[in-house]
Ligand binder design. Structure first.
Ligand SMILES: NC(=O)c1ccc[n+]([C@@H]2O[C@H](COP(=O)([O-])OP(=O)(O)OC[C@H]3O[C@@H](n4cnc5c(N)ncnc54)[C@H](OP(=O)(O)O)[C@@H]3O)[C@@H](O)[C@H]2O)c1
Length: 437
């Protein structure tokens, strides 16, 4: 049998400790599958005394992950620390430069330094595997990088943040407010104490930027993503969406258009009957549309120790199965030096259907004025409905409009016009509608 593959794990938290446990518990099965043993030869974390739920006495301890990254004792450096700079970046760079294969689950690191790190990996002829960085346990990177050779991707979109999907699912199922749902999610451990990163779309944007690069062969451009979070979604939106045959999801969408590539993260209405609308709770899903295959949807657990460890171990097993002298495929599907600069499509030229919810004074002429602003901007309406608001706000009405395909620029101009007309009593709500099968 070939020599054992020696793994060094940096970070022994939720994911790192699960990886160490599964490598231990499934050692015999992994040896059968890979044709060689996989051993944890070294580990690094902050606290050497903490019980990690697995016996790591045989592994050499390193206080400094960058030292472990270049240690002679390891063949593969597994980075499970997190963060886009600091020890994670320093150690991954050191490992690649020292000719070690790297496995990481760190989307923030890849969103910022992915292309530069890929260049080092390709120059050194080592693997940089990152399946767990996007949608946790779902094997989307492998699917896009390996199983879809020859396909040209036209659009990739998905539910990439379990916290947001959990909140939106409960808001719909139980009729409770965003704030109440968020508090509950925090109590149950589905949301961080500071939830901004998740609920304002940053986490989704990091993952989307990696998928965009794989899909379109462009340099990662995480800072160029249009982003809106879910904190302003109300029960009124969720109920109106349901009445119209839609469900609200936070989607990350990357799409090739005539003017460039759109990358956007925002609350989106998807048809209730679509497959992606059936993805509930903390589950993630990624839809990939291509010229040859059509639409593929992968869904499954997007986070959690074991689910994420499953993806990390798949990456380690791929390295165990590769042989010396084997030419590894490029990190982002094309050689890093050939990734094209990202050509950003302007959000104003985004074309699609829109849901617009307006709270207006209950006065004669308001309805007609709204319809006129729409017509003036060449927006064709699929429906326009007004509802009276009962109770204290009886002097107000809600007007809900659904447009046929139009542009972001036209919708913004029309809504600005309506706002200037002085008919609104509250901020207008605009939610984009996404085509989904
Ligand atoms: N959790 C998930 O469900 C999930 C899903 C997908 C991807 N990921 C990604 O996986 C990575 C790890 O996430 P996690 O949830 O496992 O994080 P975590 O539970 O916070 O664990 C982080 C680990 O890093 C160690 N660490 C921190 N600073 C260090 C340093 N300077 N040197 C050495 N070790 C250091 C910590 O050591 P101590 O334990 O001693 O403090 C801890 O073991 C992140 O990039 C995350 O985005 C996580």
């Amino acid at each position: 049998m070939a020599e054992a593959l020696r793994v060094g794990i940096a970070g022994l938290g939720t994911v790192g400790a699960s990886v160490a446990r599964v490598l231990h518990d499934k050692a015999a099965e992994l040896t059968r599958q890979c044709g060689r043993d996989i051993v944890v030869a070294a580990v690094s974390a902050r606290d050497p005394k903490r019980d990690r739920g697995v016996d790591l006495n045989a592994a050499k301890w390193f206080d400094d992950p960058a030292k472990m990254a270049q240690a002679a004792e390891i063949d593969v450096f597994v980075e499970l620390i997190g963060g886009d700079e600091g020890p994670a970046f320093a150690a991954v760079k050191t490992a690649l430069e020292a000719g070690r294969h790297v496995v990481t689950a760190n989307k923030a690191l890849l969103a910022k330094h992915g292309v530069a790190l890929a260049e080092i990996a390709e120059k050194k002829g080592v693997l940089l595997n990152y399946e767990a960085a996007v949608a946790g346990g779902i094997p989307v990177i492998k699917t896009m990088r390996e199983a879809m050779a020859g396909n040209s991707v036209t659009r990739v979109f998905g539910i990439l943040n379990g916290t947001c999907n959990y909140i939106l699912t409960r808001m719909e199922a139980e009729g409770i407010s965003f704030d109440a749902c968020l508090k509950d999610a925090q109590r149950l451990g589905y949301a961080e104490a500071d939830p901004t990163f998740d609920i304002e779309g940053h986490d989704t944007a990091h993952k989307l930027s990696i998928l965009t690069s794989l899909a379109f062969g462009t340099k990662i451009a995480a800072n160029d993503i249009y982003m809106e979070g879910i904190s302003n979604i109300t029960q009124a939106d969720i109920r109106a969406a349901g009445d119209l045959g839609y469900r609200i999801k936070l989607l990350g969408v990357a799409q090739r258009t005539e003017s460039g590539i759109e990358q956007r993260v925002h609350p989106t209405m998807v048809p209730t009957a679509s497959v992606i609308a059936q993805v509930h709770g903390v589950v993630n899903a990624v839809a990939i549309e291509t010229d040859i295959l059509g639409e593929l949807l992968l869904s499954g657990p997007g986070a959690g120790g074991n689910a994420t460890a499953s993806a990390v171990i798949g990456d380690i097993a791929d390295i165990a199965k590769s042989r010396p002298g084997f030419q590894h495929g490029p990190v982002f599907g094309r050689p890093a030096k050939e990734l094209k600069p990202y050509k950003k499509a302007q959000m104003r030229s985004h074309a699609g259907g829109y849901f617009i919810r307006l709270t207006v004074h209950d006065r004669i002429g308001v309805f007609a004025a709204i319809a006129k602003r729409m017509a003036d901007n060449d927006i064709s309406l699929e429906s326009i409905v007004q509802h009276a608001i009962s109770g204290e706000a009886a002097a107000q009405k809600t007007v809900i409009l659904v447009t046929h395909e139009t542009t972001e620029a036209a919708v913004r101009k029309a809504v600005d016009g309506i706002t200037k007309d002085g008919h609104l009593t509250d901020k207008p709500q605009v939610i984009r509608i996404e085509r989904a099968g």
